[in-house]
Design a protein around this ligand. Structure first.
Ligand code: DX5
Ligand code: ZN
Length: 231
C-alpha cells in the first residue's frame, strides 16, 4: 500500500463473513477481483463480544498470499500485547482502537518499531477529536461506521461527520471507513471524504465482486477529484 495518501482510493475487503474454512482462497479471490489489500478482523471476546482469530492464523495464511498487504483490525483489549506476534506472522498494518489502551502513543511507537504501519481506530461512541494528538504519528485513521464486533450491521450515517471533520483538516490523510459499507452506502462515505474503504458482507455476498469493487472505486475517485477541484 502506498504511504498516506488521501488522494488515492483503496478498497479492502473484510473477510470476516467469508468462508473461513477456505481463508486463503477467499483472500485470493478478492485480490483477483481488484482489491488493493485485505482487512482481517481480530476479536478477543473482551473488547468486543465476539471471537475470531489471532496471529497463528495469519502466520499460516501469509505464505499462501505472498506480497498481499494485510491490515489487522485489532478489536482487542491491550493491543500492545500482540504487536510482536502479528509482525512476526507477516502482518503489514496494525490498526488498534483508541478505546482499548491506556497509552495510545506507546502502542503507536511499538507498532512503528515492529516495522508495521499504524492505524488508529475510533468506535462510533468516541468523539473524533481524541485522535488529533496522534495524527502525525499514524498512517491511517479508521472511523468505525458500526459498533465493532460483527459483520453485516447497518451503516451508521452519523459517523460521517467525523470523516468530514478529519478530511477538512487533513487533505492528504488516509481515512478509512469500516462497517456496513457497500454500493448503497458508498456515496455517503465518498462525499464525506473517506478514501480507504472496507467492505465485508457487501462483497462476500456480491454475485460479481469485481464489479462491486469497481463501482465503489469509481464513486470514491469521483469524490476525490471533485474535492481537489474545490480546494
Ligand atoms: C466489524 C468489523 C468490520 C466488518 C465489515 O466489527 O470491524 O470489518 O465486519 O463487515 P461489513 O461490511 O459486513 O459490516
Ligand atoms: Zn474491521
Amino acid at each position: 500500500m502506498a504511504t498516506s495518501c488521501g488522494s488515492c482510493c483503496k478498497i479492502a475487503p473484510s473477510i470476516l463473513n467469508a468462508d473461513l474454512s477456505n481463508l486463503a482462497s477467499e483472500c485470493q479471490r478478492f485480490i483477483d477481483c481488484g482489491a488493493d489489500y485485505l482487512h482481517l478482523d481480530v476479536m478477543d471476546g473482551h473488547f468486543v463480544p465476539n471471537l475470531t482469530f489471532g496471529h497463528p492464523v495469519v502466520n499460516c495464511l501469509r505464505p499462501h498470499i505472498p506480497g498481499v498487504f494485510l491490515e489487522m483490525h485489532m478489536m482487542v483489549s491491550e493491543p500492545e500485547k500482540w504487536v510482536e506476534d502479528m509482525s512476526g506472522a507477516g502482518a503489514d498494518m496494525y490498526s488498534f482502537h483508541y478505546e482499548a489502551t491506556s497509552d495510545p502513543a506507546h502502542c503507536i511507537r511499538m507498532v512503528r518499531e515492529s516495522g508495521m504501519k499504524v492505524g488508529l481506530a475510533v468506535s462510533p461512541d468516541t468523539p473524533v477529536d481524541v485522535v488529533l494528538p496522534f495524527v502525525d504519528t499514524v498512517d491511517l485513521i479508521l472511523v468505525m461506521t458500526v459498533r465493532p464486533g460483527f459483520g453485516g450491521q447497518k451503516f451508521m450515517v452519523d459517523c460521517m461527520s467525523k470523516v468530514k471533520f478529519l478530511r477538512e483538516k487533513f487533505h492528504n490523510m488516509d481515512i478509512e471507513v469500516d462497517g456496513g459499507v457497500g454500493p448503497t452506502t458508498i456515496h455517503e462515505c465518498a462525499e464525506a471524504g473517506a478514501n480507504v474503504i472496507i467492505s465485508g458482507s457487501a462483497l462476500v455476498n456480491s454475485d460479481n465482486p469485481r464489479q462491486t469493487i469497481n463501482y465503489m472505486r469509481n464513486i470514491v475517485n469521483e469524490a476525490i477529484q471533485k474535492g481537489s477541484l474545490e480546494r
